[in-house]
Design a protein around this ligand. Sequence first.
Ligand SMILES: Cc1ncc(C[n+]2csc(CCOP(=O)(O)OP(=O)(O)O)c2C)c(N)n1
Length: 661
Amino acid sequence: MSTINLEALTKACAEARGLSMDAVAKAASGHLGLPLGSTEIAAVLFGNSLNYNPQDTKWLNRDIFILSAGHGSMLLYSWLHLSGYKITLEDIKNFRQLHSITPGHPEFHETPGVEATTGPLGQGVANAVGYATSCKMAAGKFNTEQHKILDQKVVVLVGDGCLQEGISQEALSFAGHHRLDNLIVFYDSNDVTLDAMAIETQSDDVVKRLEALEFDVQVVAQGNNILDIQKAYDQARNSKSGKAQAIVCKTIIAKGIPEVAGTNKGHGEAGVKFVDGARKALGLPEEKFFVSQETRKYFESHQAKLLEKYNQWKSLYAEWKTANPKLAELLESASAEVDTKELMAKIPEFTNKDVIATRKAGSDVLQPVSQALPLLVSGSADLHGSTLNYIREGRDFTPSCLTGRNIKFGIREHAMGAMLNGIAYHGIFRPSGATFLVFADYLRPSIRIAALVGLPVVYIFTHDSIFVGEDGPTHQPVESIPALRLIPNLDVIRPADPEETAAAFAAAFTRKCGPTLLALTRQNLPYLAVDTKTKREGTLLGGYILVKETTALETIIIATGSEVQLAVEAAKQLGSGVRVVSMPSTERFDRQSAEYREQVLPSSCRNRLAIEASQPDFWSKYVGLDGKVIGINRFGLSAPGAQVAKTLGITTDAIVNALKK
Ligand SMILES: Cc1ncc(C[n+]2csc(CCOP(=O)(O)OP(=O)(O)O)c2C)c(N)n1
């Protein structure tokens, strides 16, 4: 077992407990149970085992710790504080207050040392699996025989809640199958959830479950015993079994407040009224937010040891860089901005003007894009054959091919979403994932977090409307696109033809400040007879004049994706005063200058119609009170796509008739 200063860490545990109690008491809100019950796990990790450098929080070879049970955020804040991260005692005193760096649940951009935004239970587990996947891919790509520059572990602390959520099953199943032996899952098994004792809602044998998922599992019966935890951690870290690792720690929730410890009363803030007595029993002085000089000294010397390792790694990295300048350039370019138009220029124009589906156009576009962006990876939830987002030269990511660029997520959409977030948090690879648009709700919570955090994830969602046809209403999205547009900071792009698709991919894969969702058709669409530059550059602007009126402007028809062709045809029938605006992305359009938006949609023209094969309400924003919207206010039908569209009124005739009235 690695050496350990038991006395110092025991003292630090008491003080960390004190910080959590004082912070939750001061805020009069928060969760005390987990920070008190898991503090010995954190002591082993932050006080003895993880490799990190608080001065360089993005150190490439750091171990990554994720608190999946994000409600226990004070655990993280107190140990990050003790470990020398830039979280001051003042920050801890401001726990949960406006603009503090110690928010209610851990937030990625807010706090140094926080590796993932967690709180929605189960997300962090799948984020960790995403990180572990990304670390494997990075090790496969950048390590050489001579220089192993990447050799890190991903450690995640989960509670009963995380493991009850279905996403954990999906993610851990992926981890077991892909032999992510760089992953260590700590299960804070305290037999308590929020409302009640866990026994009221679960009787699964988690050990057997994890073993069945191909994990090596250890049980620490005394989960608050530092030495026992350390022993299990060492065994997991040094295991050569090639399997992902799990440590089940039988802990006592709210340990340190006897009045509530071990019961669901200990989960939240109910223990606050007993903290004075609890602090005394822990040997803490009256002074609140207390950290002793001994503990400070311990962590100073621990940091010095960690710094030695860090500096050794720096030398290794320098040697590697000299020996592998091309690889180093690639690695160091990972976070660089890529110019959208430059990337778009690398996508050849579609010379064959035949009708093709935008998913097929996407497939053709992805090839040059993935060549231009060698760190782009593309996954699918067992639908590569339908979503067509396979990188042809990219091979599959497997335990024996870590450089594979196609990730087979299996039929695990929710884990895919949170794993894409994990890969994006890691910051080396540019992740994208695919499924049918109608299944977007399977990963909506993860999309929401990607948008909240501002992660550059790309979703390639195909089969985007009732035009899916014969698979019927279960597979025909009607509310998906409007519902996705409600998520702040998510760009939704629904291109109308191959050139718009080219621009959509260029926009998506160069956006750095948030996720982008590409909605692509299953069915063929005509190649719109407008020059490529107009379509591509117009798509980057979100909306543009596709067909300009040739006489005084009388009417504007706004359409997206597969309905643009209907708008173009209707305009022909309606006469010379009709303008067609293709609006692949309302979010991008809304970010343009008022002048540009006025140019495309002049306020003087109120005779407007929007058409989209989706729930229609969203479009009133663009057509106004005098305008009309053609959409679908019900679920679809099981029949060939054209028949469904005709029955539901998504046709050229419907546009013409509506505007003639
Ligand atoms: C998806 C989701 N559902 C519900 C909650 C609300 N919630 C927060 S903590 C918690 C109980 C979690 O129990 P456990 O993981 O055992 O944590 P512990 O009681 O050990 O702190 C619940 C239901 C949440 N944060 N996320």
